[in-house]
Design a protein around this ligand. Structure first.
Ligand code: F6P
Length: 323
């Protein structure tokens, strides 16, 4: 092993830069050359990579986003696109690649691995929907951003005895929404994994209103059957069912921006370091994740295409505590 490359792919996540820094400096510590690929798999296809020194990754630990850039590359989903990527890696005499990203990115990493190119993945997505890691880079920061918004919305909601619907990201996974609802003391939560019909939600809100609650906070996952837009449409025509005056806030990409918190900096540093160490041990085609509070590797073949389930006990607890 002499030369490795690192890229960030898919949706950015706070902590990606800390992971890049750890990959680069751990590699340099082993006397390897480390290259950064710009803009994810698109940069791999375009042959857009540059050597990175220890100094090049100085001062990025605390920065949000990814200094390498990221992209979703439709061309990489094609066989010719992937073949071009491997040709470029070989032409640059790269021995192995580290892919920092979430579900789609690790599927791409698995494809490269199946083509015989040595790859190691690093679990990074705010969605926390990746098998092979109990928690992924960016989740904790995104959750804290959602919480800050919820706390603020509760203040104004109480002043006006209003209900707020807050939509959080997570794609098809309800993890962020559920945790934001528990930590934010929400009155209700709507998840892709556990459907709630708007009639039932309206009943819950109305009961809370009659019990004299000063506000009601509903956290909705963007992937829920009734997302914020659909709920808003429902309540426009069924205003009287709710009791509270209703407002809607969609947090969107706000959750992905800004500096990573301490947890994500440390997690990303450990996983980035773990990826380089895994390559040094000769591991290939694995995801480096955080399992039972330890850095652990799982074959990518066992990670891709898997759905990470939500704990139904936590969903039930959120319901009990919403009284
Ligand atoms: O995967 C991270 C994520 O932020 C999801 O929560 C969300 O559904 C998606 O990316 C948004 O993608 P984009 O940034 O391409 O709009």
């Amino acid at each position: 092993m002499r030369r490795i490359a690192v890229l960030t792919s898919g949706g950015d996540a706070p902590g990606m830069n800390a992971a890049i820094r750890a990959v680069v400096r751990t590699g340099i510590g082993r006397d390897w050359e480390v290259f950064g690929v710009r803009n994810g798999f698109a940069g791999l296809i375009g042959g857009d990579m540059t050597p990175l020194s220890a100094r090049d990754v100085g001062g990025i630990l605390q920065r949000g986003g990814t200094v390498l850039g990221s992209a979703r590359s439709p061309e990489f989903e094609t066989v010719p696109g992937r073949e071009k990527a491997v040709r470029n890696l070989n032409a640059s005499r790269i021995d192995a690649l580290v892919v920092i990203g979430g579900n789609g990115s690790q599927t791409g990493a698995h494809c490269l691995s199946q083509m015989g190119f040595p790859v190691v993945g690093v679990a990074s997505t705010i969605d926390n929907d990746l098998a092979g890691s109990d928690i992924t880079i960016g989740v904790d920061t995104a959750l804290n951003i959602a919480l800050e918004a919820i706390d603020r919305l509760k203040t104004t909601a109480s002043s006006h005895q209003r209900a707020f619907i807050v939509e959080v990201m997570g794609r098809h996974c309800g993890y962020l929404a559920l945790m934001a609802a528990i930590a934010g003391g929400a009155e209700a939560v709507l998840l892709p994994e556990f459907g709630v019909e708007p009639e039932a939600l309206a009943k819950e809100l109305h009961e809370a209103y009659l019990r004299g609650k000063p506000h009601a906070l509903v956290v909705v996952a963007e992937g829920a059957k009734y997302n914020a837009e659909r709920l808003a449409a429902y309540f426009r025509t069924h205003k009287e069912q709710c009791g509270f005056d209703l407002r809607v806030t969609t947090l969107g990409h706000v959750q992905r921006g800004g500096a990573p918190g301490a947890f994500d900096r440390i997690l990303a540093t450990r996983l980035g370091n773990g990826a380089t160490e895994a390559l040094a041990r000769g591991e290939r085609g694995v995801l480096v994740g955080y399992v039972k509070s330890e850095v652990a590797t799982t074959p990518l073949a066992e990670v891709v295409g898997k759905q990470k389930p939500l704990d139904p006990a936590l969903v039930q607890m959120a319901g009990v505590l919403a009284r």
